[in-house]
Ligand binder design. Structure first.
Ligand code: SF4
Length: 314
């Protein structure tokens, strides 16, 4: 059941996820389309997440936005008190608003930036309460990159342990989420959330809009029409529904890009999610005193597909 409506306020709205937004020309959503999206969300009882561009919005947009309860996803340059998600551009400094207790900061990076700047990220854990690391080129990871990613996870786990020892308890999606979750916490685009783009049409998520604006799934007046809608659900994903890498985003856009099936993740995504899961397990074992009763089982595979073909416990 739908629960959220993401509204891209502009073609240049900041990317907070795996996709790149290469659009540089401002193209604000029309006020009528914005109002129609809000009306649709009200009728369907959906929480709205407005995604902001870099730069000021006209005054009349603020009045419409403030007419409904919402969350804000903002680029660091625009971050204001009250934003729920702030997308960081620099990792050596974060805007003041990013340190508020309820704020999740998104650190998007390709592998070379992550591998190069891990110390900056580790230092940010000392200042922020939640960081979501989002890899933008997960589909290009090689075996060498997996080894490097393992080292990165170890370094970040050490940084987290250091923070815990000082009485600070920051969250880092790729390590602490699996410790705290009891079931899958995927993105669920197309199932729990859809996106209204600046052209007034619905898409599975912003990535689908930026990739092909002909890939619309309806509009606020005619409603939502997703072909083979069931395929976006986890119960139609034969491997994912049995997997316990609960922190995985299970990105349906990356799935389609890499395997041509929205319900089938690539080998790269599965291995990365399992490296995170297994490092979370090691970290939990080291910090068990902070997490009474929490356990993560030991497993012998990094890709559930291999486990299913080699008949390992899965
Ligand atoms: S499907 Fe979800 S995880 Fe993937 S790019 Fe879209 S919003 Fe992000």
């Amino acid at each position: 059941m739908l629960q959220y409506l993401v509204i891209l306020l502009d073609d240049t709205s900041v990317s907070y996820c795996h996709y790149e937004n290469t659009k540089t020309t401002r193209n604000l959503i029309g006020l009528d389309d914005l109002k129609a999206g809000i009306f649709f969300a009200m009728k369907q009882n959906l929480m709205i997440q407005f995604v902001y561009p870099d730069g000021e919005l006209p005054e009349e947009y603020h009045a419409v936005i403030e007419s409904i309860d919402h969350h804000r996803v903002m680029p660091a340059s625009q971050a204001v008190d009250g934003a729920e998600v702030i997308v960081l551009d620099r990792w050596d400094q974060a805007p003041e608003a990013a340190a508020a207790p309820h704020v999740a900061c998104v650190a998007r990076a390709d592998k070379s930036r992550l591998f190069r700047d891990v110390e900056k990220l580790a230092a940010l854990l000392g200042k922020l309460n939640r960081i979501n690391v989002v890899l933008t080129d997960a589909d290009t990871f090689t075996d060498t990159d997996f080894d490097a990613y393992k080292q990165i996870l170890s370094r970040l786990a050490d940084a987290l342990t250091g923070q815990y020892a000082q009485g600070r308890f920051p969250q880092l999606n790729i390590l602490t989420d699996r410790v705290l979750l009891d079931r899958m916490n995927n993105c669920n685009a197309g199932v729990e959330n859809i996106t209204l783009a600046p052209n007034g049409k619905f898409y599975i998520c912003p990535a689908f809009y930026h990739e092909d604006d002909l890939d619309a799934i309806g509009n606020p007046v005619e409603g939502v029409a997703i072909r083979n809608r069931q395929l976006y659900r986890i119960d139609y994903a034969p491997l994912c529904r049995r997997c316990d890498a609960y922190q995985c985003r299970r990105c349906v856009w990356l799935n389609r890009k890499t395997t041509l099936e929205v319900n089938t993740p690539s080998h790269e995504q599965c291995v990365m999610a399992h490296l995170e899961r297994n490092k979370s397990r090691e970290w939990l074992n080291e910090t068990a005193a902070y997490f009474p009763g929490r356990e993560i089982a030991e497993i012998r595979y990094l890709d559930p597909f291999d486990a299913s073909t080699e008949r390992l416990d899965f």
